[in-house]
Design a protein around this ligand. Structure first.
Ligand code: 13P
Ligand code: SF4
Length: 379
């Protein structure tokens, strides 16, 4: 079992690629049986079916963070998701209060493929956010801004929020978090997803002209006039999800024309016009709940990652479920976690030579936790 120090792997990845899915699945089951409750496998809803079948808990970003925070018995978390999720799990599972209870023993957090990142998270780098904060300070008082980072961001950004009285949000609690932030100060800087920020703020009645877009590559003031910054309530960062930005209102129109009565259900990472034209919206967890609660015969066109929509179609044959785009929109980085990587990382973990260990440094962890705990207190 992992010591928390990454040594040279006993097992190389390549041979695992030659094994059949059945062989991989039975070897994964073998490690799970050996490690028992010492191992917790978390799976995000966007994971492929073969992988999600091996997760102890599947969930959206909020549920998985809550599970990592609640993990008391396990010695290792294998996160079938993307890098920022594994970082969050490490911060929550290895906070000092939990380390004290375990006599200093860390929970090893493993990401089966280190290349499983998030293109949206990469759109806001800590240097860019620090530079924006400094530049904002030349136009408006930064003491009047609460920074809010979507959980889809690097730990360094969460730590930035922690240091500046800010908070983290997920797509399930963005409205509650924004309300909290606007009760602290008159303005919010929301990053990295402009769409989640805009959709949430619009739903709260904030006008579009009070939400200037900060472009980190613009030459001055993020591309805004001084007046726009002065009248802002929510400053949006120019980032987006490459998967959810593919859905358009013309897709919605085509479905409504072809299937009268169809319901359009989308994730709030979609652009505003799609979000507003949809019948319902919500995090991946909320999308699943909405479909589960609907009567048989309901027709849906769902705008979120392809693997989740396909799984919903399989699990709900009593309903008619369509994917809200003629183009395949799948999260290529989530898809990097496959059975060979999962089996390889589990067998190395069991052999005491863990691969893909995620360990956030102490200072970043401490400040990220401030921002995460403010969020978890609201959830
Ligand atoms: P949720 O899990 O909050 O629905 O977010 C979706 C997502 O994009 C995860 O990367
Ligand atoms: Fe990032 Fe979008 Fe993939 Fe989620 S679906 S991990 S936001 S790229």
């Amino acid at each position: 079992m992992a010591s928390g120090i990454e040594a040279a792997p006993v097992y190389e990845l390549e041979p695992y690629r030659q094994l059949s899915n059945n062989e991989l699945a039975s070897r994964i089951d073998g490690v799970r049986a050996d490690l028992g409750r010492r191992l917790l496998i978390l799976g995000h809803h966007y994971q492929q079916d073969e992988v999600i079948a091996h997760s102890d808990i599947r969930g959206d970003s909020l549920r998985l963070s809550q599970m990592a925070a609640a993990s008391d018995e396990c010695r290792a978390i294998v996160f079938c998701g993307v890098h920022f999720m594994a970082e969050t799990a490490d911060i929550l599972a290895n906070q000092s209060e939990k380390l004290d209870r375990r006599d200093g023993r860390r929970v090893s957090v493993v990401l089966p493929d280190m290349a499983a990142g998030c293109s949206m998270a990469d759109m806001a780098e800590i240097d860019q956010v620090e530079a924006a904060w400094e530049e904002l300070g030349e136009s408006i008082d930064t003491n009047e801004i609460t920074p809010v980072t979507y959980i889809n961001s690097a730990a360094a950004l969460k730590a930035f929020c922690g240091r500046h009285g800010g908070i983290v949000c997920t797509s399930s609690n963005a409205a509650a978090v924004l309300k909290w932030a606007l009760a602290q100060t008159r303005r919010v800087l929301f990053f990295p997803d402009q769409h989640l920020g805009r959709n949430t703020a619009r739903s709260m009645g904030i006008e579009l002209d009070q939400m200037p877009l900060w472009d980190p590559y613009a030459e001055i003031r993020g591309g805004n006039s001084l007046a726009a910054l002065e009248s802002s309530r929510v400053l949006l960062w120019k980032g987006h999800c490459s998967v959810h930005q593919m859905f358009t209102t013309s897709h919605i129109q085509q479905f409504r024309e072809k299937y009268p009565g169809i319901k359009i259900l989308v994730h709030p990472e979609c652009p505003l016009e799609v979000f507003e034209a949809a019948d319902e919206s919500g995090s991946t967890g909320k999308i699943i709940e909405t479909v589960c609660a609907a009567p048989p015969g309901t027709k849906w066109a769902i705008g979120t990652e392809l693997h989740l929509v396909n799984r919903l179609r399989e699990e709900h044959p009593e309903q008619e479920i369509h994917f809200l785009s003629p183009i395949v929109c799948m999260c290529a980085t989530m898809y990097r976690i496959d059975l060979p990587h999962l089996c390889w990382s589990l067998e190395n973990l069991a052999a005491g030579t863990p691969v893909g260990l995620i360990e956030v440094d102490h200072d970043t962890s401490r400040w990220s936790l401030e921002a995460l705990n403010r969020m978890l207190a609201l959830s």
